[in-house]
Design a binder for this molecule. Structure first.
Ligand SMILES: [Zn+2]
Length: 570
């Protein structure tokens, strides 16, 4: 049957439809394409001091809009993926500003003793791993603390009991002491007659003269020679394993603190295979006596990765000193319990030469400087470079890694130079095992300037946070928790360690996100939840701003989104 609708009404309907079509069309043009993903019902962190929003819309790899549930629902179409944040905080993807991703990934395939606080726990972990991996020629592990062992050091007999049938070797959490069983010592040819190498000790039993299984500092090199070297496949597996762990923990970017062309090739291979789920900012390791020709090769590598969507080469890593725990960090004055002042790996002149050479070529310099002497020497080198070279277009953003204790005279120099302090707050985790040695070695005055996040903030220094994984756990929540509470995850000590140095939760989250983007010259691309930036987004299981900051660790990562793609869901 034909329509009996009067002609006028038909014309009217057509007209309305056409006008409506034009309006919709205009909106579509404005939006130019579909919305791929929306996150609704969140408490969206838009920066310290910013107004929280409820929802985020993503198109392709970028954030399209941040706003209310109502607005974002309107943007969603039938093909839009909708994620309900269930009232949890929505924050930018975390950036680990200092990590050893490759070695961390390799370490995931070994016994991890970082959370073993008693001798029984250590024994249990090692024997379980050995039982679960009968085919491995070696049982390797890392992360033990000195305190669970009677007298502060382990013995080969203890390890023989757990792994009697094959070589076993475990390095200490600080990387300065090794623990071998008898089979491993035999393979390495270490006997009662083995002399101490320069800068190292092969511990011997005072009664029998036999090696105890403990190798200190350079003596660990005797074992490294016979350890199985990871294959190319092992390394690729390490990258994908570490990527999965990073995504689980909400990390979307990492700064690889010291790497090589060969390792970058593997990162690139992993990226092409789809198993690299973080953005990598790489710092190339500087060799002793680095020449202009070496620097040319670095420049070429930087160019090679210039257009890479996930890997960026922009920094060089310099090791200026050692660590306080081993009295090898370079101090301005002698240690409190040892006549040495530590040891800088460079003369001031040589450090200035290398820094100036790389600064002139537009590299960011990341200098590992832990003692106050090394920190000053580094700042001096940055000053010298600034004097010798014109400022690069994006400005100078050199970095001091660790800066575990800084002389007050140097506080303002960071801000003046725009030098970034790269802190690992969780290294200050105030457990007896971790902090006692550190504090005793430098005494109360210099200890009072340990990881002084707030003082440096007030002195105008930009900061970035990192884990230094595998030295400690990769979880960025531990860095944030330490920065806001100055207490262990268990809340100890109750009064906090240097509690005046605690910062506010929004500041800590910014330092673990936006500041990380700034530290790799990427603040125009990522690090915040704002339109046009990369959709690197983390949804937490709770609204962390609605609860006391000391409850931060109650929240876990529910969802991690990298460039608009969900890479982890709990
Ligand atoms: Zn490191």
């Amino acid at each position: 049957m034909r329509s009996r609708l009067p002609a006028l009404i038909v014309i009217g309907i057509v007209a309305v439809t056409v006008i409506a079509g034009l309006v919709v069309g205009a909106q579509r043009d404005d939006r130019s394409g579909p919305v791929d993903l929306v996150v609704l019902n969140g408490r969206v962190f838009t920066g310290a001091g910013g107004d929280p929003a409820e929802a985020v819309a993503v198109r392709g790899s970028e954030i399209l809009r941040v706003g209310s549930n109502r607005d974002m629902k309107r943007l969603a179409g039938p093909a839009t993926k909708v994620i309900d944040a269930h009232g949890g905080s929505v924050v930018p993807g975390f950036v680990d500003g200092h990590v050893h991703f490759m070695s961390g990934g390799l370490g995931m395939d070994r016994v991890n003793l970082l959370d073993a606080e008693s001798l029984d726990a250590i024994k249990k972990k090692i024997s379980e791993f050995a039982a679960a991996n009968p085919g491995r020629q070696w049982v390797l592990g890392r992360g033990w603390y000195y305190s669970p062992f009677p007298g502060g050091l382990p013995t080969r007999q203890q390890l023989d009991e757990l792994v009697p049938d094959r070589p076993a070797y475990m390095t200490c959490y600080d990387g300065h002491t090794g623990w071998a069983n008898t089979a491993a010592l035999r393979l390495a040819g270490i006997t009662a007659k083995t002399p101490d190498p320069a800068d190292g000790v092969v511990m011997k039993d005072p009664g029998t003269g036999e090696p105890t299984g403990v190798l200190k500092e350079a003596a660990m090199g005797l074992m490294s020679k016979v350890l199985p070297q990871p294959t190319r496949e092992d390394r690729l597996r390490a990258i994908s394993r570490a990527s999965r762990e990073a995504s689980r923990l909400g990390l979307t970017s990492i700064h690889e603190a010291g790497t090589s062309e060969a390792s970058l090739d593997l990162f690139e291979e992993a990226r092409k295979a789809g198993s690299l789920s973080v953005r990598v900012y790489a710092a190339l390791s500087v060799k002793d006596g680095m020449t202009e020709a070496d620097a040319d090769a670095f420049d070429a590598l930087r160019r090679h990765y210039a257009a890479n969507p996930q890997i960026k080469v922009g920094a060089v890593k310099v090791m200026a000193d050692g660590v306080i725990e081993a009295h090898t960090a370079a101090m301005l004055a002698p240690y409190a319990n040892n006549p040495t002042s530590g040891h800088a790996n460079y003369t001031p002149r040589e450090l200035q030469r290398i820094v100036t050479m790389m600064d002139r070529r537009g590299w960011q310099v990341m200098t590992h400087a832990i003692g106050d002497g090394a920190v000053r020497m580094t700042l001096d080198a940055y000053d010298a470079a600034a004097k010798a070279n014109p400022a690069p277009p994006a400005g100078r953003r050199h970095r001091v890694e660790h800066a575990e204790t800084v002389d007050p005279a140097d506080f303002p120099r960071f801000g003046q130079q725009n030098t970034i302090v790269s802190y690992m707050p969780f290294h200050a985790n105030p457990t007896p095992a971790q902090l006692t040695v550190w504090t005793a070695n430098i005494g109360p005055d210099r200890s009072s300037r340990g990881w002084i996040v707030r003082t440096m903030q007030q002195a105008g220094a930009r900061q970035v946070f990192g884990s230094d994984w595998p030295v400690v756990d990769l979880d960025p929540r531990l860095e944030i928790n330490m920065a806001v509470t100055r207490r262990t995850a268990e809340g100890l000590p109750k009064e906090g360690w240097l509690p005046d140095q605690a910062i506010a939760l929004p500041d800590a989250i910014e330092t673990m996100t936006a500041a990380g983007a700034y530290a790799s010259f990427d603040e125009a691309k990522k690090g915040r939840l704002a339109p046009g930036l990369l959709a690197d987004i983390v949804i937490l299981s709770k609204d962390v701003f609605a609860q006391p900051p000391e409850r931060f660790l109650d929240a876990v990562v529910d969802t991690t989104i990298l460039g608009g793609k969900v890479v982890y869901q709990r």
